[in-house]
Design a protein around this ligand. Structure first.
Ligand SMILES: Nc1ncnc2c1ncn2[C@@H]1O[C@H](COP(=O)(O)OP(=O)(O)OP(=O)(O)O)[C@@H](O)[C@H]1O
Length: 259
């Protein structure tokens, strides 16, 4: 989607314009198109290998585009990095890393502080508040690796909150988290949106999409829908997105039957 630039109107948080990405000869994403406004969230939904993480990496400017354009807060992705925070999948991190929970969260401030400067009282306060927002204020001095998977995911979200992002990217944040962590994540996302941040969250969890996201983007290499959550998450579209596999809905969670 390409928007005309009007200096009076704030730019969308994210504008995807016919985005394509390839790894060598293999096309991972083809002609993805959509927009996210400040204060809104979009869920990226699709099966394993659909290209959700690839799209997040492209928004971060970490993979080159084979075609199209991504605009973040009116700028190319690399120029917007300071205003973008990213929460990776928890299982991609080494829990043995000898660092305290408080230090992990303070890392979210480093782009503001500069890596070689010392954190100021305002940075420490921002980190403390972020940890409080995810319900782990009492764990600041604990070693990161001693926390559960769900708690570590919340710490990484706190690190992102401490960065005061205008665009937050979350890669499957609900994988393996319990109901308490799930609620803490939902509350934190809601607060960020209230503060005007936009959120992009890759997930297999339709409950998360319904509870936290105004819009969804259905992906499986190409786009099977991008629009308001209720109108877009139809069984017909989901079935098409999940490659024609028989689709079982349990509650409102998608279970793909490999028939
Ligand atoms: N660095 C890479 N080099 C080559 N191919 C890659 C690379 N990263 C991803 N791919 C391929 O691109 C496609 C999309 O992968 P991606 O990780 O973006 O999917 P995903 O939707 O995030 O999947 P999941 O739900 O399993 O995390 C897959 O076919 C994957 O094998």
């Amino acid at each position: 989607m390409n928007t005309a630039t009007d200096p009076q109107v704030p730019p969308p948080a994210l504008d995807l314009d016919e985005v394509s990405v390839a790894y060598g000869p293999a096309v991972a994403l083809e002609n993805i198109d959509g927009m996210v406004a400040p204060g809104e969230a979009v869920a990226l939904i699709g099966p394993n290998g659909a290209g959700k993480s690839t799209l997040i990496k492209a928004i971060l400017g970490l993979v080159p585009l084979a075609g199209g354009r991504i605009t973040v807060l009116g700028r190319p992705p690399a120029a917007a990095r300071r205003d973008v925070a990213y929460v990776p999948q928890a299982d991609t991190l080494d829990p043995e890393f000898p660092i305290s929970v408080g230090q992990v969260v303070l890392m979210g401030r480093y782009r503001r502080i500069g890596w070689l400067r010392r954190a100021k009282a305002t940075d420490k306060e921002a980190a403390r508040r972020a940890l409080e927002q995810v319900g782990l204020a009492d764990r600041a001095r604990h070693r990161f690796g001693t926390l559960s998977g769900g708690q570590r995911q919340r710490v990484l979200l706190a690190r992102a909150i401490a960065a005061e992002p205008r665009l937050l990217l979350l890669d499957e944040p609900f994988n393996g988290v319990d109901a308490v962590s799930e609620q803490a994540l939902l509350d934190a996302i809601a607060r960020l949106k209230q503060d005007g941040a936009a959120v992009v969250v890759s997930t297999h969890d339709l409950t998360l999409a319904h509870l936290a996201c105004e819009e969804v983007c259905l992906l499986n290499r190409r786009q099977y829908g991008f629009g308001p959550t209720n109108a877009t998450l139809t069984p017909h579209r989901l079935r098409a997105t999940y490659g024609g596999h028989a689709l079982e809905l349990r509650g409102d969670r998608v279970i793909v039957a490999h028939s």
